[in-house]
Design a protein around this ligand. Structure first.
Ligand code: AMP
Length: 532
């Protein structure tokens, strides 16, 4: 791991590492010189140091999704007002270095304020260009008391994005207002960066882990956990049908009032992306956010309230029986089956149909962003979901060996995944669905109520695939060939740079060797019913 403390060192590191020389034959090299160097994905985790489990969750996610992970550690003077804890903020450089080393970080970028061009004198004299987020997003919640805070955050994050030029940047849902501001910044200023939101990591008491928790005594920490209990009590009311903003806020206040030492600064209910105040009723979703003081320590927390039925997300390798099981679970529970695999197959079919080369990512991106995919449930459990792409019924055509052997190459393309992700998440807004794929629980619906990772040995999956082909009257493919294809697809799926196959930390693994479809279905239905 490298420690980089200057902009020059960071630039040098990136120049050396972000482009990886690929082996290509000489003729190719002469024809397309530029393809000889392919960019490797860089993930950035911006932090202020004093690293903890919350930061670790961001680093781990970045590690899974990128070839290079850079953690920035910078206590940003721009985001502290004069009466705040800039001087006192914990600085634990040596510990942080060890922490990053153990977490598999490639480089830490830890500049001084002078190096970042925001030394205190410069800041006090307003001698630096700043990025100002929309006032509607920074006038409520923490913006009410932390004047200039989000402008300071937006400015430093912009500088980090320009310096590191990451492919993805990771932020915690714990700082919900900051997350919304950064998402908006990236959209408004056209940064070609994917913002990845990570769930809040909590202590066993429910207290959100934070660098500022170091300021608290053991007793204060115990008392501080009342903030999450307040949020939970409101969530329970929401689940029981309460939608009125005032009542939901009152539920938090009532719980927190149990400790007179915890002084509430605000409890607000806002729309999570625009941060517009929800004054009357929560329609689709709301972010319920709280800030409070305990002695001289200021703490924040939030939860997202969704007005939707549950989502069951089923992930796992190719051929583990995900689609059969998902369809049965959906039928048993009266939920909708969202066949995302069929969507990828449909695009693959269209690419083959149009004779587009599989590596012509630009042409495929065009296609994915402009095609119309429709799904409708099969007549019964034996009939597959019906699929149309651009009004052509491709229900049968997408199940051929040719499509099966090419779908992985298409699904690995970032633009295709982005196009389908939008579509799937739109369907997910209302919930009440069972979805399966290879990144459903990790990427598409990371907040799914039930996450299952379905797997089986390669030989079992090859045997099942052969039976499927026989049933569909497809030409015979040998078991050896199928095993080879499946093993190769596993390898591609789990090593691809975009959304690799992985089990979500909170997923339940079911190994289906020797189990019938109805046994697996029963297990998932039981799991779902017990949760409720
Ligand atoms: P900070 O060092 O406090 O500026 O935080 C750096 C990043 O870590 C921000 O994106 C935070 O939202 C995120 N973060 C801090 N605490 C947590 C937590 N408990 N769970 C998840 N993310 C967190």
């Amino acid at each position: 791991m490298r420690l980089l403390t200057t902009v020059a060192a960071l630039r040098c590191y990136l120049a050396q590492h972000r482009f990886k020389n690929q082996l290509v034959d000489q003729a190719q090299l002469l024809a397309f010189e530029v393809t000889a160097r392919s960019k490797t994905a860089v993930g950035l985790v911006p932090t202020m140091g004093a690293l903890h489990e919350g930061h670790l969750s961001l680093i781990q996610r970045a590690r899974q999704e990128n070839a290079i992970v850079i953690v920035s550690i910078f206590v940003n003077p721009l985001q502290f007002s004069p009466n705040e804890d800039y001087q006192r903020y914990p600085r634990t450089r040596e510990q942080d270095q060890l922490f990053c080393e153990q977490a598999g970080v490639d480089a830490i970028f830890a500049p001084t304020p002078e190096e970042m061009g925001v030394a205190q004198k410069i800041v006090q004299e307003s001698k630096v260009t700043q990025v100002i987020p929309p006032s509607a997003m920074i006038s409520g919640l923490c913006g009410r008391t932390r004047l200039g805070h989000f402008q300071g955050v937006a400015t430093i994050v912009t500088k980090l994005f320009n310096l590191v030029q990451p492919d993805r940047a990771y932020f915690g849902q714990k700082d919900g207002q900051q997350l919304a501001v950064i998402k908006r910044l990236v959209a408004d200023l056209n940064f070609p960066i994917e913002i990845v939101a990570c769930p809040t990591v909590r202590e066993a008491s429910g207290l959100a882990v934070s660098s500022r928790n170091q300021y608290l005594t053991a007793t204060q920490k115990q008392q501080a956990s009342v903030l999450y209990r307040g949020l939970q009590s409101s969530q329970a009311a929401f689940r029981a049908g309460v939608r009125d903003a005032k009542a939901l806020i009152a539920a938090v206040r009532q719980e927190v009032a149990m400790f007179s030492s915890v002084l509430v600064e605000y409890v607000e209910l806002v729309e999570p992306n625009t941060l517009m105040l929800i004054e009357e009723k929560v329609e689709e979703e709301g972010m319920l956010a709280v800030a409070a003081r305990l002695g001289s320590t200021r703490l924040i927390d939030n939860i997202i309230l969704h007005d939707r039925q549950p989502i069951i997300a089923i992930d796992g390798p190719a051929g583990a029986g995900k689609s059969t099981v998902a369809r049965q679970v959906a039928a048993k529970l009266g939920l909708v089956y969202l066949d995302t695999g069929a969507m990828y197959r449909a695009i693959t079919w269209l690419v083959l149909q149009k004779g587009i080369a599989l590596d012509d990512e630009c042409a495929i991106a065009e296609l994915a962003n402009h095609c119309v995919i429709q799904l409708s449930p099969g007549k019964d459990l034996q009939t597959p979901v019906q699929v149309w792409i651009n009004d052509t019924d491709v229900t049968q055509a997408i199940r051929t060996h040719e499509v099966t052997s090419k779908v992985s190459a298409i699904a690995a393309q970032s633009a295709v995944r982005q196009a389908l992700l939008k579509l799937q998440q739109n369907w997910g807004k209302k919930g009440g669905l069972v979805a399966e794929g290879r990144d459903i629980g990790t990427q598409v619906f990371p907040d799914a109520e039930v996450k299952i990772f379905l797997t089986a040995s390669v030989s079992e999956r090859a045997r099942r695939r052969q039976q499927d082909f026989q049933k569909q009257g497809q030409p015979e493919v040998s078991i050896e060939q199928l095993e080879k294809d499946i093993a190769e697809r596993d390898r591609k799926d789990s090593t691809r740079k975009v959304s690799p196959l992985q089990k979500a930390a909170d997923a339940v693994e079911i190994r289906t060797d020797g189990m019938s479809v109805s046994e697996v279905t029963e297990q998932i239905v039981d799991f779902y019913t017990n949760l409720r």
